[in-house]
Design a protein around this ligand. Structure first.
Ligand SMILES: C[S@@+](CC[C@H](N)C(=O)[O-])C[C@H]1O[C@@H](n2cnc3c(N)ncnc32)[C@H](O)[C@@H]1O
Length: 260
């Protein structure tokens, strides 16, 4: 039976089921399933990286959760990939999927992305390249002053984050503060790629509803601009119909450069 509380923060360690999340949001690549959010997101991420201009040695992904889609299109363009998440269960799921006994291989996501680019490579080559470049899956809590809980990181060339800034900050003011904190980990001139939603209050994972920060697309853009970024591209898709798993008004893929 559905638990109607809106869960957040520590609940990601106790109530968030990584497998249910992947099955609900990352299995069906049909354009009609959930208004086609997943193909929209993957195409948007691919479009940011395909020119080869968004590149560098070190990439940080914030709130990777149980699925690394946000870094897959970047694999050919970076050397060292650092994954992070708040939830120990998500970090274990991701570790098992990439390096251990997990059954999840994300083949549908790799295949979709291979079809958008170099069709001559098997998806397994793409997957092996990702595994070769991942340097670790680190703890992260965006609500703490020390986001990475003591892990020391030199500055990154590229930062990606997907659907994490939608759930961690309790209000728009805190969203803006966290954007400024994240900026400290990126080189001037470095690239930021944010995937997210707007005009939403919840999403469902298994029997549980999780909190989403209700904000407009304009508020998202302002927060990142105020944190020193210039927006290079903003690709948006409004939800065409209501879906039972969430009340997203729309989704976006944004590419920014850190100016200051
Ligand atoms: C909706 S999932 C997104 C996962 C994945 N990046 C994606 O694109 O599907 C939100 C993620 O944010 C993480 N998260 C929640 N609160 C957080 C916090 N305070 N700091 C860092 N990550 C957090 C959760 O553990 C979860 O993996």
């Amino acid at each position: 039976m559905m638990d109607n509380r809106l869960l957040r923060a520590e609940h990601y360690n106790t109530h968030f089921d990584p497998d249910a999340y992947v099955k609900t949001y990352y299995t069906d690549l049909d354009d009609t399933y959930q208004s086609g959010v997943l193909p929209f997101v993957l195409k948007g991420e691919h479009d940011v990286f395909k020119s080869g201009d968004v590149k560098g040695r070190r990439l940080l992904d914030i709130g990777t959760g149980p699925v690394p889609h946000s870094v897959i299109p970047a694999v050919p363009f970076v050397q060292d990939i650092y994954l992070t998440d708040f939830s120990a269960a998500n970090r274990k799921y991701l570790y098992d999927a990439l390096f251990g006994s997990g059954k999840q291989d994300y083949s549908n996501i790799f295949e979709f992305l291979v079809n958008l680019s170099d069709k001559s490579q098997p998806w397994t080559k793409f997957s092996d390249d990702l595994k070769d470049k991942v340097r670790g899956i680190f703890p992260c809590d965006l609500l703490q002053d020390d986001i990475f809980k003591g892990s020391y990181f030199p500055l990154f060339d590229v930062i990606t984050t997907s659907f994490c800034m939608d759930v961690a900050p309790p209000d728009v003011e805190t969203y803006g503060k966290i954007a400024k904190e994240i900026s400290k980990y990126l080189k001037i001139g470095g690239h930021l790629v944010v995937v997210g939603e707007f005009d939403a209050t919840y999403y469902v994972v298994g029997e549980h509803k999780f909190f989403c920060l209700n904000k407009s697309a304009g508020e998202v853009k302002s927060c990142w601009k105020n944190a020193g970024f210039s927006i290079q591209s903003w690709n948006q898709m409004d939800a065409s119909e209501k879906c039972e798993d969430n009340d997203f008004g729309g989704n976006y893929v944004m590419h920014c450069i850190k100016e200051s």
